[in-house]
Design a protein around this ligand. Structure first.
Ligand code: NAD
Length: 455
């Protein structure tokens, strides 16, 4: 079916209320749950064929998370859908004011390649839970997974409710010319700008989940062993090809050597059976990403690591000695290279961080509550953790999203429902009372007592 026909069909279905009722939303969430749970092995195997990610890692990041999110929506949806009463000012007495949670209509979800099931289905859950129809455009970089999601969606859903459109730039460009009611995009900042420009042409609201350089900060009072372990855990998942991976580490100069030494030991422990790309460690997506990372390595001072094998797209977790203005500090790395910089004073660190585009995540390792407060309030970032990496995404009560260059809007849990609903504001009155003084012609007496009562 042509893209235009799909959208016309979905818009008609939305107008007919096919996705609106609580029962319809619940049934769609249950269908998605069945799709994922009945095909979890096939989905993990597809991701493994696409970029060699270990099966267990895919289960944890892309299957379990999606199932948890669906269950959270199923449990809370009825409450979230309830119209929300709000107070009414005296000037409108007597009346009631209510916000109705309305779906946008036909929405478009465009996703990135690196967590292909998670990044497609997490926004989808919010969209169907809020009562929308959805066109999902997964990434062409992971054809096995995108193809399988397409087949499965056709098996479990009517295309008037949910439809997958596979393809790359051409197909996405065509989709961006359609009159959707909302666009949810996950991907790079560069493409995020293209999406937002296209959406602006038709005044379509957008939610952008983008990338950036997420810092980890290791303060002099941190437990260096635990900090290094948690930073490397966050950096080695998916071989660093994670939007919220620690991109670089700023280490207090007094603990720099200890951090490097602990890192060496921890990686030797994590991968004591050696790196087996595709089994215990993900491959780099493709040759062009491999060459980009190799290029960064070639111009860097390697403190340890640095082994690469193009034939099986392997890049070893590597620590690089870096300065704030080095090439590797300019763009998101999106791979297992970890530049380490040092700082001495908190003021200079905060200034350096503020001079960079606002990141999607920030990870702070410290026991000092004052330093913690300063970083939280003085450095803008989308979300993050103190003494941990990445796990803030696992708390469905927390919104997940970026700021500035790392995106706009947020989702997960209730925030996903809200992201795909709009508050329709309604004030309700009876026909009586209907005092004449509120209508023209106005006179000075009315003005005097109006000011007395309402000003
Ligand atoms: P990408 O921006 O290259 O592609 C994302 C999507 O946009 C894909 O579906 C692709 O087909 C489409 N696309 C690519 N070029 C386009 C164009 N010129 N016009 C229209 N559509 C186009 O991103 P990617 O390589 O798939 O993913 C990596 C990036 O995504 C990283 O920057 C990463 O940080 C970011 N990311 C962000 C999150 C988040 O939740 N914030 C999650 C994962 C990845």
């Amino acid at each position: 079916m042509k893209i235009e026909e799909i959208i016309t069909k979905q818009k008609l279905a939305f107008q007919d209320g096919v996705t609106r009722s609580f029962e319809a939303r619940k049934s769609n969430l249950e269908k998605l749950r069945a799709l994922v749970s009945e095909n979890e092995d096939a989905l993990c195997n597809a991701m493994n064929r696409d970029f060699g990610r270990p099966l267990f890692e895919s289960y944890v990041t892309d299957i379990n998370t999606v199932l948890q999110e669906i269950d959270f929506h199923l449990k809370n949806l009825q409450d979230w859908m309830e119209p929300e009463p709000v107070a009414t000012p005296m000037i409108s007495f007597p009346s009631k004011s209510v916000m109705y949670k309305q779906p946008f209509g036909a929405v478009l979800v465009i996703s990135a390649w690196n967590y292909p099931v998670y990044l497609s289905f997490m926004p989808l859950i919010g969209a169907i839970s809020a009562g929308n129809t959805v066109v999902l455009k997964p990434s062409e970089m992971v054809p096995e997974t995108s193809g399988l999601m397409n087949v499965l969606v056709q098996k479990y859903f009517d295309d008037e409710v949910l439809c997958v459109v596979e393809g790359g730039v051409d197909e996405t460009t065509e989709l961006l010319h359609q009159l959707f009611d909302k666009i949810f995009f996950t991907g790079s900042t560069r493409v995020g700008k293209i999406v937002m420009k296209a959406a602006a042409e038709q005044l379509i609201p957008v939610l952008l989940e983008l990338g950036g350089k997420s810092p980890a900060i290791v303060h002099h009072d941190a437990d260096i062993d635990v900090s290094a372990k948690r930073i490397w855990w966050g950096k080695t998942i998916n071989a660093g090809q994670t939007c919220v991976a620690p991109d670089f580490v700023a280490v207090h100069e007094s603990v720099h050597d200890e951090f490097i030494e602990k890192s060496r030991k921890i990686l030797a422990e994590f991968y004591r059976d050696d790196y087996k790309p595709g089994e215990n460690y993900a491959k780099i997506l493709n040759e062009s990403h491999f060459e980009r990372l190799q290029g960064l390595l070639d111009q860097s001072e390697i403190l340890f690591g640095g082994i690469t094998r193009k034939e099986n797209l392997f890049i070893e977790p590597t620590i690089i000695k870096a300065n704030w203005d080095d090439e590797i500090m300019k763009e998101e790395i999106f791979g297992p290279l970890l530049p380490v910089l040092t700082y001495s004073g908190s003021d200079s660190l905060i200034e350096m961080l503020r001079n960079k585009p606002s990141p999607l995540a920030l990870y702070l390792f410290t026991k000092d509550p004052e330093f913690e407060e300063r970083i939280i309030h003085e450095v803008p970032f989308g979300g993050g953790c103190v003494n941990e990496t990445i796990q803030h995404l696992g708390n469905l009560n927390l919104p997940f999203g970026g700021v500035g260059n790392s995106g706009m809007g947020a989702y997960h849990g209730r925030h996903s429902f809200d992201a795909f609903s709009r508050n329709q504001a309604v004030m309700k009155k009876a026909f009586w009372p209907d005092p004449e003084f509120r209508y023209p012609p106005y006179d000075e007496k009315v003005k005097t007592w109006f000011k007395r009562i309402f000003s």
